[in-house]
Design a protein around this ligand. Sequence first.
Ligand SMILES: Cc1cc2nc3c(=O)[nH]c(=O)nc-3n(C[C@H](O)[C@H](O)[C@H](O)COP(=O)(O)O)c2cc1C
Length: 183
Amino acid sequence: MLKDLVWPDEGAPEAADAAPAPEAPPVDVLRAAFGRYATGVTLVTCLDSRHQPCGLTVNSFSSLSLEPPLVLWSLRLRSTQLEAFSAAPHFAVNVLRQEHLALSSQFASRPAEERFALGQWRSGLGGAPVLTDAVASFECGLRGWHDEGDHRLFIGQVRRASQSEGQPLLYHRGAYRQLSVDT
Ligand SMILES: Cc1cc2nc3c(=O)[nH]c(=O)nc-3n(C[C@H](O)[C@H](O)[C@H](O)COP(=O)(O)O)c2cc1C
């Protein structure tokens, strides 16, 4: 288990030296530190029980496993879309390109029923909307979800994946960024 791991060089801390662990960093410190981790930007989508498209801007997306192919992302428990994503058997993850900045803002701030007015969409697995010019897309079956803290973690099994050329949209320190160099 991770909590039992002790680095060989350091050994266990002496009880007398050990400062009491603080309860938690202040939220603004935590937010600023989390924000130093640069991410891509995705739109995660599904169909709700009335067959209406749902979606929001998400940067908590991550690859989880190759065999089997799994992805994960997390949704605020207070999201208006919690019920829809928890019940939908499929969802799609659309990785945005740098030309999609307006689309990202739209899906992060506009009312849910207005979001799909922008962008070219096709119906993916289970009807989940797939952005036709995404830099990559993953059509997933919902494997399960798990609540931790103030978010619900969704795990999906990738059934279809596609990718195309182009520069991804990035998010860092609360602002959209672009790749400036190739490595
Ligand atoms: C770059 C960016 C990344 C975001 N990532 C997430 C995320 O991973 N999970 C989440 O719940 N909200 C995330 N949000 C916020 C949601 O997009 C936003 O709160 C949501 O669209 C609000 O609508 P809702 O109440 O329908 O969820 C992100 C916003 C931005 C701008």
